[in-house]
Design a protein around this ligand. Structure first.
Ligand code: SAM
Ligand code: SF4
Length: 332
């Protein structure tokens, strides 16, 4: 039976975090000394497979693997290769991932072979020193090598750029030109109030994308596009270059009415809304019985509780609706 929530939205998109660990420590995402979950709490690769297969059986057509950094999860290619069977049967229309790009030079060809055709790579700056500062542990060179490998393998790439005040405001043109040259899409993301970062190195200042867009229109002509993915992105075409650019604006624009997605963490918690604390456990039902009946019931029950929308709000000068969990917990 298909997954329909109380507001008549059909759930066809699962975003699955396969690890909370990461080889970067981006300043808006993690604190430098993150405490990670004990490995026994994580779903095994077999459990991840059972979980996703159950969702596919319930009508999920698109699966995005995320984290933490999904490509640092040991054995992750076994999981991708196993998911390829759902592409072969047509149950799954798309298998994809969001990655920081640090391991792409190793995995790009294998991902393509497993049926992945498009990936999102997160990259906020093209300046090596700023890149080291914002990711704390990352090296720009390695990510650029990963982008080369991805494109050489035939993967379409979309760059995700978090808009950060006093950080990449002056790089918008450079990032757009970089993507235009390489035939990559680009999406700007507003910083969301996820998790406590401590006081250290807090570059992550909220920069409203309405301001970024205004900055762009000073030198380029933008045309709004009707494209919708059921998610928070809105798209424009830059007439000067023909590029398509997305804006993910959870704070300045509401998108909940067309939401078609749910998120599952690496410990099997299902969050039916990124911007609400409500969650349900799927690991218990997965581990209680070898059959999937309990799991399927638990998924239906969770979808039955999907809230109408998020409560993020910066308008009163504070981080209204702030979530206690980090983005790497739910998977961005
Ligand atoms: N490690 C992978 C990566 O960086 O692409 C996947 C996980 S990461 C949590 C997914 C996305 O969330 C990235 O594009 C990242 O920039 C974004 N992100 C993390 N923390 C965020 C925050 N507080 N607000 C907005 N976006 C955030
Ligand atoms: Fe890691 Fe991605 Fe979070 Fe950066 S945004 S710390 S790469 S999970």
């Amino acid at each position: 039976m298909a997954l329909i929530d109380p507001f008549a939205r059909k759930i066809t998109y699962l975003r699955l975090s396969v690890t909370d660990r990461c080889d970067f420590r981006c300043v808006y995402c993690m604190s430098e000394n993150m405490q990670f979950l004990p490995k026994r709490d994580l779903l095994s690769l077999e459990e991840l497979d059972r979980l996703c297969s159950a969702f596919v059986g319930l009508g999920v057509e698109k699966l995005r693997i995320t984290g933490g950094e999904p490509l640092v999860r040991r054995g992750i290619m076994t999981f991708f290769n196993a998911m390829a069977r759902h592409l072969d049967t047509g149950g799954l229309q798309e298998l994809t991932l969001t990655t920081n790009g640090s391991q792409l030079h190793r995995f790009a060809a294998d991902l393509f072979a497993a049926g992945v055709r498009r990936i999102n790579v997160s990259l906020d700056t093209l300046d090596p020193e700023k890149f080291a500062r914002v990711t704390r542990w990352g090296k720009l060179d390695t990510v650029l090598r990963g982008l080369d490998a991805a494109q050489a393998a035939g993967l379409a790439v979309k760059l995700n750029v978090v808009a950060l005040k006093d950080f990449n405001e002056d790089e918008i043109d450079t990032l757009l030109a970089f993507c235009a040259d390489r035939g990559m899409d680009l999406t700007f993301i507003e910083v969301m109030p996820m998790g406590d970062m401590g006081d250290t190195d807090r570059i992550g200042q909220y920069w409203a994308l309405s301001d970024l867009r205004r900055q762009m229109t000073q030198t380029m002509t933008l045309t709004d596009l009707p494209d919708r993915t059921g998610g928070p992105a809105r798209y424009v075409r830059i007439e000067n270059t023909g590029q398509r650019v997305g804006f993910i604006t959870p704070l300045t624009h509401n998108f909940c009415e067309s939401c078609n997605r749910v998120r599952v963490t690496c410990t099997g918690e299902i969050y039916t809304c990124l911007g609400q604390e409500g969650k349900s456990d799927l690991r218990g039902p997965l581990r209680t019985s070898e059959g999937d009946d309990l799991l399927i019931d638990a998924i239906h029950n969770a979808i039955g509780l999907k809230p109408k929308g998020h409560d993020f709000d910066y308008s009163r000068g504070n981080e209204g609706g702030k979530m206690s969990r980090h983005m790497s917990h739910t998977g961005g």
